[in-house]
Design a protein around this ligand. Structure first.
Ligand SMILES: N[C@@H](CCC[C@H](N)C(=O)O)C(=O)O
Length: 266
């Protein structure tokens, strides 16, 4: 039997497996089966914590559809709680530094990237205001914070059909590796309301990298200066960034329960 912890960051939930203790042969099919909310354990992302020769631990991230991805902000905040101390974390997006704070963690998420081929996009264009759109959505911004994000700043999020527009944009050929789709509304000085359609997971209660990408896009467009409070359906994150620097994300992390499972059944 293998052990796991169920954890979440603002309701974005994870099955976290300590692969240092338990070697789990993870495949996309197995990750998808574990994440299934009806036939599996159920989660937005499956997280594997492993050994690293570059950092205290490594972290692999699988979306609910089984795809392995580079970054997950909310899961990164869960790692100090899972490991029991401040940690450096090796990810596909680089080395991250996560420190426990009261009720959660504060993480240096690294520097954002803005070049069209770093997002990546299918062809060259400006990324602060991309000369493209879908239906009556305004020109979006694109930011890579380890993983790819597109951000739409709207006057009002009420009435937006996230479940129709999210997958339409996620799978648009403009994004060769698909994309996380952020719908944002500025609701005050340094305050953004945000709903995220996540690549490979759909609508989630919160997306940490989405909050980082959206705050960075707003600062880059000079709509506000950091630190920015980002209010997601699951709660608030504080994001700080200044041009040329790295992104700091601070917010809650929650341990729900520990369980056991026979991974060979998935
Ligand atoms: N929920 C995460 C992001 C998880 C990965 C994302 N869906 C992707 O495919 O890049 C977060 O909190 O950042």
């Amino acid at each position: 039997m293998g052990r796991f912890s169920k954890m979440h960051g603002l309701g974005n939930d994870f099955v976290v497996i300590d692969a240092r203790a338990d070697a789990v042969g993870m495949t996309e099919a197995r990750a998808q089966a574990i994440a299934d909310r009806h036939a599996g354990i159920g989660c937005d992302q499956l997280i594997l914590i492993g050994e690293s020769d570059k950092a205290d631990v490594s972290m692999r991230i699988f979306n609910a559809d089984g795809s392995e991805v580079e970054a997950c902000g909310n899961a990164t905040r869960c790692v100090p709680l899972f490991v029991g101390r401040d940690v450096t974390i090796e990810t596909k997006a680089g080395l991250l530094d996560a420190k426990a704070v009261d009720g959660g963690a504060s993480v240096d998420m690294g520097a954002p990237r803005f070049e069209w081929d770093a997002i990546p996009l299918a062809y060259a264009m400006d990324t602060p205001a991309m000369p493209v759109s879908w239906e009556d959505l305004p020109a979006p911004a694109a930011v890579n914070v380890g993983n790819p994000h597109v951000i739409f700043f709207l006057d009002d999020l009420d009435g937006v059909d996230f479940e129709r527009l999210g997958p339409l944009i996620e799978h648009d050929p403009l994004f060769p590796r698909r994309v996380n789709v952020n719908f944002a509304q500025v609701v005050g000085d340094n305050h953004i309301r945000l709903v995220v359609w996540e690549r490979g997971a759909g609508l989630t209660r919160a997306c940490g990298t989405g909050a980082c990408a959206t705050a960075v896009a707003a600062i880059r467009r000079r709509m506000m200066a950091g630190p920015v409070t980002v209010s997601l359906p699951g709660g608030d994150l504080l994001i700080d960034w200044a041009p040329g620097g790295t992104i700091r994300m601070t917010g809650p992390a929650t341990h729900v329960f520990d369980g056991e499972a026979d991974w060979s059944r998935f």
